[in-house]
Design a protein around this ligand. Structure first.
Ligand code: ZN
Length: 134
């Protein structure tokens, strides 16, 4: 598996517009756009910081995984995404190492990236996202 960057940090927020104001207007980070990911029931905004991004996630429904996260733990850092050049190879390598996967197969995430989540029980409590951008 070739890990070439920290792709992004995902942050669960209750109010995307208010959070965008902080990152865009107060911190002055350029917005890389907002999109809705129906599959995950979230609205997502990206802010580019060098080669990495900050991903703000607002739930669009009470049964969104992000809504459940906020209810249990409050808003804040939700996951860390590392960029890989071959997500199938990364998943295979993780599987061989006995690492517990949330997604056995890649799926399409925000920005049309191919993503898969690794279970925090196998990563010292960090929800890890593998992210392949085409
Ligand atoms: Zn993410």
């Amino acid at each position: 598996m070739n890990i070439d960057r920290l792709d992004h940090i995902g942050i669960a927020v209750e109010d995307l517009e208010a959070s965008c104001t902080l990152y865009r207007d107060v911190l002055g980070i350029a917005s890389a756009g907002v999109e809705e990911v129906a599959d995950q029931k979230v609205k997502v905004a990206f802010f580019a910081v060098g080669d990495s991004k900050i991903e703000l996630l607002e739930p669009t429904s009470a049964d969104s995984p992000i809504a459940q996260f906020i209810e249990k733990r409050g808003a804040g850092i939700h996951h860390m995404a590392i960029g890989v050049d071959d997500i199938e190879a990364a998943l295979e390598r993780a599987r061989e190492a006995g690492i517990r996967l949330i997604d056995e197969e890649p799926r399409v995430g925000a920005g049309n990236a191919r993503i898969a989540f690794v279970h925090p029980k196998s990563t010292g409590g960090v929800l890890l996202e593998l992210c392949e951008r085409t």
